[in-house]
Design a protein around this ligand. Structure first.
Ligand code: 9D3
Length: 250
């Protein structure tokens, strides 16, 4: 995957992506990164990238021309890329979109700062607008980095085991089960005995039940989208019954 970002903070982007799983993908060439700073494409002495909004109001708006020239430079490196703009008005990013991005050869991400980007640039140059969720960040960079991270780890050969990507929470629409490691006994508590039993069928059953139970407790919206098979429904019914016993029947 080749990624270009239009960003006023290329150091933030490059620094962040050198770390961890994505950093290794960059080193191996599985991910290629190109940053284009609109400020480098200004023509005035002040290197101006923003101006006051027509119609008044607070904040500043990113100028068309520095963005257009930065985009031209990005397109000359990634000629077939779709242009994705980070925006609170965009479609909500999710695991399905991460999977889709992980299969694309080229993507150009436009990261806004200040109040936003001149709408004429968005209307004519941007193919899709994507948001991370209903909260306000101070720019598009951190959302773009999150999306790049989510997509890169899904590319074949990036994770040590492709199994980790397959077993991700949300891959089958339920939350992950709890995890434990040594020591088995600790002042903070004991590891659930089933995990020490060596009975792998029972362990898989327990984990599935924990996943279904956690989803029922914390994300009923996810559970509502599923049709559980008989085995899953039985596991969840038992979890719910145990939960009601523990908390008293209301
Ligand atoms: C309501 C007026 N502005 C907030 C003070 C609007 C606004 C402008 C610029 C809101 C956010 C931003 C900067 N953030 C993004 O561009 C952004 C974003 C976000 O804020 N939340 C979730 N996903 C994204 S993707 C890009």
């Amino acid at each position: 995957m080749k990624v270009a970002l239009l960003t006023l903070f290329p150091d933030l982007v490059r620094q962040t992506l050198t770390m961890g799983v994505v950093g290794r993908a960059l080193e191996r060439g599985q991910l290629q990164l190109h940053c284009f700073n609109p400020r480098d494409y200004t023509t005035d002495n002040y290197r101006t990238v923003d101006d006051r909004p027509f119609g008044g109001g607070p904040g500043m708006v990113m100028l068309i021309e520095p963005l257009m020239r930065a985009l031209g430079a990005a397109r000359s490196v990634l000629p077939d890329a779709r242009v994705v703009s980070m925006s609170p008005q965009g479609r909500r990013f999710d695991q399905a979109l991460a999977i889709e991005y992980s299969t694309r050869a080229e993507i150009i991400f436009v990261c806004g700062r200040y109040e936003g980007i001149d709408q004429r640039f968005v209307d004519t140059q941007v193919d899709e607008e994507v948001s991370l969720g209903d909260f306000v960040t101070s720019g598009g960079e951190l959302p773009a980095l999150t999306m790049i991270d989510a997509a890169t780890r899904l590319m074949p050969g990036v994770l040590h085991t492709d199994q980790s990507a397959l077993e991700d929470s949300f891959m089958d629409g339920v939350l992950d089960c709890p995890h434990y490691t040594r020591p088995p006994q600790h002042p903070l508590g004991d590891v659930p005995p089933i995990l020490l039993s060596g009975n792998h069928a029972e362990i898989a059953r327990w984990r599935r039940q924990q996943s279904l139970g956690a989803t029922w407790l914390r994300r009923p919206d996810l559970l509502a989208k599923l049709t559980l098979n008989k085995r899953d429904q039985t596991l969840l019914d038992a979890f719910i019954a145990a939960h009601r016993d523990k908390n008293g029947v209301q």
